[in-house]
Design a protein around this ligand. Structure first.
Ligand SMILES: Nc1ncnc2c1ncn2[C@@H]1O[C@H](COP(=O)(O)OP(=O)(O)OP(=O)(O)O)[C@@H](O)[C@H]1O
Ligand SMILES: [Mg+2]
Length: 255
């Protein structure tokens, strides 16, 4: 199978979390599955921006990405975080290659607006270099930073990691895509929903049950399912290990 894992930035500096994610990828590679790991990095980006004194503003829930902000985002995501993940997988003897969307024009994006408002150098993925990705996946686990290039390679663009994962999963026609976060699934009244379809999602969003970073995540999962991905789940590292071991876990997103 072609399996896309998106891992959130909340726990990317936690060794135990990295260890779990790496065990999942190691198991999948031993079973000869193709694996792409797309990563976020929110928390550490915030730390670096503060340390470097780069001030940022939020527009409609998204960080306005000016040139200075993009530099910090790209350095942390495509550098530090990407390489930390690569090393973590290599410690499990997984042959791994770490790239960003800029390398080999893996992800070509176009500047996007957020609900009609300018959010700076933020992009939406227009194309994925599937040929190159499939070639790499034969030999390596691919760790992919969502930072993308614009069409003429004059600028990088910051892309939301959930949407980058959805674009990769759709292009690959991935059989299984897991949005791995710090929650065991989509929670309503204290319980994890086993399934969530688009209609129920709209209602839960409207009622304020699904909020914050969970909103773009479910939107990304729905987009993936609509565009050729067979199964998409939202869960945490323990849930993901269960899913790939054939057990039930997390929330399956359906249309
Ligand atoms: N109904 C819900 N069920 C579960 N989590 C929810 C719900 N509504 C909102 N959330 C929030 O969504 C968060 C997950 O999204 P978030 O964007 O923070 O994580 P991520 O995408 O894994 O990380 P990152 O954005 O840094 O890559 C949870 O930690 C939780 O606070
Ligand atoms: Mg998020």
């Amino acid at each position: 199978m072609r399996i896309v894992l998106k891992i959130g930035g909340n726990e990317i500096d936690d060794l135990e979390f990295l260890e779990k994610v790496s065990s999942i990828v190691a198991k999948l590679r031993l079973e000869n599955h193709g694996v792409v790991l797309v990563h976020g990095g929110g928390k550490e980006i915030t730390r670096f921006l503060a340390a470097l004194g780069v001030e940022t503003n939020f527009v409609k829930g998204m960080r306005y990405t000016d040139a200075a902000t993009l530099d910090v985002v790209e350095m942390s995501l495509s550098g530090l975080i990407n390489k930390r993940l690569v090393r973590s997988l290599q410690r499990k003897n997984v042959e791994t290659i770490g790239l960003s969307g800029v390398d080999g024009t893996m992800l070509v994006a176009e500047k996007m607006l957020r609900e009609g408002e300018d959010v700076g150098l933020v992009g939406e993925v227009m194309s994925v270099n599937v040929d190159m990705l499939e070639e790499l996946m034969k030999r390596f686990a691919v760790v992919l930073s969502p930072i993308s290039t614009n069409a003429d390679s004059t600028s990088s663009l910051n892309v939301n990691a959930d949407f980058a994962a959805a674009a990769v999963a759709s292009s690959l026609k991935s059989e299984l895509t897991i949005f791995l976060s710090n929650v065991s699934g989509v929670i309503e009244n204290g319980a994890v929903l086993a399934r969530l379809n688009e209609k129920d999602f709209m209602e839960l969003k409207h009622n304020g049950v699904v909020t914050g970073g969970m909103v773009p995540k479910i939107e990304a999962a729905i987009r993936a399912i609509r565009t050729g991905v067979r199964m998409a789940f939202v869960t945490d590292a323990d849930g993901a290990m269960k899913l790939i071991s054939g057990e039930n876990a997390g929330t399956q997103v359906t249309v």
